[in-house]
Design a protein around this ligand. Sequence first.
Ligand SMILES: CC1(C)CN=C(N2CCN(c3ncnc4sc(C(F)(F)C(F)(F)F)cc34)CC2)S1
Length: 491
Amino acid sequence: MAGFRDREKRHFPLTSIQAVVDLFSDQLEKGDDVDLALLSIVLGWIENTLTVNRSLPSNADDSKTIAPIFPVVQADTIEALYAKFTALVKSSVDLSKFEKGYATRELVKKVSDVIWGSLTRSSYKDKAHLQSLYSFLNGNKLDCFGVAFAVVAACQVLGFQDVRLALSEDHAWVVFGKEGVETAEVTWHGKGNEDKRGQPITDAVADKAWLYLNGQPVICTRQMEVAAIVSSINPAITPTIDSVEMGSLQQELLWMLYNKGHLARYPMAVGNLGDLEEISPLPDHPPPIKFFQEAIDVAIKHYNNQHVYPYTYLGGFLYRKKRYKEAIHSWAEAASVIKGYNYTREDEEIYKEFLEIASDFIPNIVRNCTKEEHSADLLQDPAVYADLLRFYDGICEWEEGSSTPVLHVGWAQYFTFSLQRFDPQVRFLLDIHAENDEEDDEEEAEKEKEDGQSVKEVPENMSSRRSSLTEKEVTGQRTRHSRKKSQADIR
Ligand SMILES: CC1(C)CN=C(N2CCN(c3ncnc4sc(C(F)(F)C(F)(F)F)cc34)CC2)S1
């Protein structure tokens, strides 16, 4: 059962990262009774102590790290905050008005109103360190994720174990009810959008919508809700300085959750762990790339490959490692996911992601790859050129059928700048491929006519066929290409 009892108290005072990991590990063994409010208050208190108003010595600068200190977390500090949260929730919701057992939409909306009504009116939405119940209790401030989490934690305090956190790549809501298939908005999203709190997320709203992952959101177990608050830890003291202790705590907690299998259906949390392992690799841990590849595998296996971030996590990592060909391949995969969506005004975050890739990362690669020995031939590589076309084509298809345009003239400048840097030899290869495909299709049609079978559909994603060509076929084309070249000169 929930509550600040001996099982919890005996971990205090928390004097080290390991002590916090032990508290979380013990709580996770309680299964669905893991106390969300307690853990969020503990993380929020530590984060606030280590990052907010941290009086930096005047000589502090980016190069010097401040001597590590771990703030001792006293039981009575946490207990007082915990009592404040449970008292607020229990006094604001008259349970006699609601059926025992499963939550109803009215109950969820009422709890959302209680959290919402406690927030300060002042506009603070995109500040840092506003994701935890500590921020809610100590400053009446929460970000949009924090509101959704607080609703779930409050429902747990009220005894509604069926209310669970649902997560997309840029929004959070709740599922509830006997089958866990009822949905409700409980927080706001973005800037200048009316909140839709209390409304269900219908198929009409979710279909082809990135904000709802086309009906493939992460539906959290209690343990995944713990992973969500650990992922939402923000170690930043300033935009350029991170608390080493807070980063280590996040990494140790994510690693413990990973080892217990609680990230098995949570691609972004696996990606977060990969980022942390890249920043500070822990002894005998797998290489960061393993986590990014695993996040992709999870998205393919459990979410019908509808998530974009696993590919941009991997693409960003490969870019930082100057593995440019592989980075461009990952970004082409990301675009192949987004092309299945219709762009709307609430998709700014993913728009900015693709714009940065097209306007910054890819131009930097094609500008500088000749300096990088291991990708000097990038501009002669047909597979890279094909991936680049797939990247741009995915973004174009994303726009098609959308209520809001994606592309503006700047995009065309980025596209043409990058494509023009490729060797003409590579670009003519495309013609050869096209000609080859036509000949293949004619031969196939001939053969199938003789066999009396229907003509095989051309594969939806042509580039998969291109990448399936063997080296021999490509070189074969190259000889055919030389014949083509004479025609090209005429053009
Ligand atoms: C490849 C990237 C640009 C690097 N970091 C990325 N993150 C960092 C962590 N992150 C997340 N990591 C774990 N869980 C969640 S749930 C969530 C959200 F749905 F947007 C919410 F809840 F509204 F905030 C976000 C998010 C958001 C995406 S994407």
